[in-house]
Write a protein that binds this ligand. Structure first.
Ligand SMILES: [Zn+2]
Length: 122
């Protein structure tokens, strides 16, 4: 994938495997990256199985960046929230990882809209 941040550590798609989504019947998720060399395309997920643990940050200066989508979804599902609109900052840092004094938080943010329907209980 062009522009994919290769320094991002590979991670298991935990959110699909950890049972969080078992209670989710339907999801409609859109994520728009805003920042240096951000992906101009809005990322749209309308299938529960398409949810990902982490989305990449495209800032070429960013180390270990990305948006922890899985953490957000876990939080929403735990709270039984059906709607969410918010901005979430990249967890990465710009600078030289060998020189901690050069590191600053990545300024990329991810604008998220989510609608979640749950499996009826009973
Ligand atoms: Zn970043």
């Amino acid at each position: 994938m062009a522009g994919y941040n290769k320094r991002m550590p590979q991670q298991l798609n935990r959110i699909v495997m950890d049972g969080t989504l078992n209670s989710v019947r339907a999801i409609d998720l859109s994520v728009l990256e805003k920042g240096r060399e951000a992906d101009p395309m809005e990322w749209r997920i309308r299938k529960v199985e398409a949810v990902r643990e982490r989305m990449p940050c495209h800032n070429p200066l960013c180390n270990n960046g990305g948006f922890l989508l899985g953490d957000l979804i876990r939080e929403l599902v735990r709270a039984g929230q059906t709607e969410y609109i918010g901005a979430n900052y990249c967890v990465g840092q710009e600078g030289d990882p060998e020189k901690p004094e050069t590191l600053v938080s990545c300024g990329t943010r991810f604008e998220v809209t989510a609608a979640i329907q749950y499996v009826p209980r009973g």
